[in-house]
Design a protein around this ligand. Structure first.
Ligand code: SAM
Length: 261
């Protein structure tokens, strides 16, 4: 395959069996569980998943790899599919076990794949996902940290997220230009805070982080097209200082603001 296509598909293959095992250990599949693997590539995680899980469905977009994977792992259901658009909710849940997702995600589409998985959260119990380290850190960042942003809030609203492993470029062939991080994600039984209107919450969070250097009130007024005075007053009655920056607000504070604005 041409190097440009390999790069576009984020094909950096893990060649460290210890790291592959550590990723699979995060979700610890058993014979009762179904695992959806994303981007199996040459199968660095697939063998370990197939050995431990009751059923493995692997989504790979590269037809050449799909054929090789089918020949190498006959017990795995290898599906030629784009993980951004696959219908996760349509898969039958195992009667007793969990639905797990594991994968070393292609860097170029890591965020849209994560967004699709969070959107399909009711069909999933737990995930072990390798992403570009900087993106993994943003997803797991707590309020007050430099990397806390809308990606952190919108993921942590529905999931408990932990940056579990850091992986150096030398663990892959060919080595990527950046470091990687593995997230351990547990879908929460209910959102961290109850929301009356999810799309409003999303709009408030995106507006607040849309202009990080502005105060919260300025960013919200601009982003939502509301009068500054209204935003200031609402923030104050919510108990949030309108001069704060978006990155200091907790998910609960965003939810309260969204409810009143
Ligand atoms: N899991 C393997 C490993 O750890 O060695 C491969 C990981 S590699 C970083 C990413 C894999 O995802 C590649 O095999 C690539 O072809 C595949 N891929 C890229 N875009 C995809 C998409 N939208 N849907 C499914 N697979 C995709």
């Amino acid at each position: 395959m041409r190097a440009t296509k390999r790069r576009a598909l984020g094909q950096h293959f893990l060649r460290d069996a210890g790291i592959a095992r550590a990723i699979v250990d995060l979700v610890a599949p058993t014979a009762a569980d179904l695992v959806i693997e994303i981007g199996p590539g040459e199968g660095a995680l697939t063998g370990e998943l197939a050995r431990r899980a009751g059923r493995v469905v692997a989504l790979e977009v590269d037809r050449g790899l799909v054929e090789r994977l089918r020949a190498r792992f006959p017990s795995v259901e290898v599906v030629e599919a784009d993980a951004r658009a696959w219908e996760y909710g349509a898969i039958a849940r195992p009667r007793e076990g969990r639905v797990l997702v594991a994968g070393n995600l292609p860097y170029s589409v890591g965020k849209p794949i994560l967004a699709a998985l969070v959107a399909a959260r009711t069909a999933i119990d737990e995930m072990a996902l390798m992403l570009q380290r900087e993106v993994a850190e943003r997803v797991a960042a707590p309020p007050g940290s430099k990397t806390y942003g809308s990606l952190s809030v919108l993921s942590q609203l529905y999931c408990d997220v932990r940056l579990a492993l850091r992986v150096p470029p030398g663990a892959f062939r060919p080595p990527p230009a950046v470091e990687s991080g593995v997230l351990h994600v547990r879908v929460r039984p209910a959102p961290r805070v109850p929301l009356a209107d999810e799309s409003r919450f999303r709009a408030v969070v995106q507006a607040a982080f849309g202009q990080r250097r502005k105060t919260l009130a300025n960013a919200l007024a601009r982003g939502l097209g509301l009068p500054l005075e209204v935003v200031r007053r609402t923030a104050t009655t919510t108990g949030v200082d309108p001069g704060r920056r978006a990155e200091t607000l907790t998910i609960l504070e965003f939810a309260e603001l969204a409810r009143r604005l």
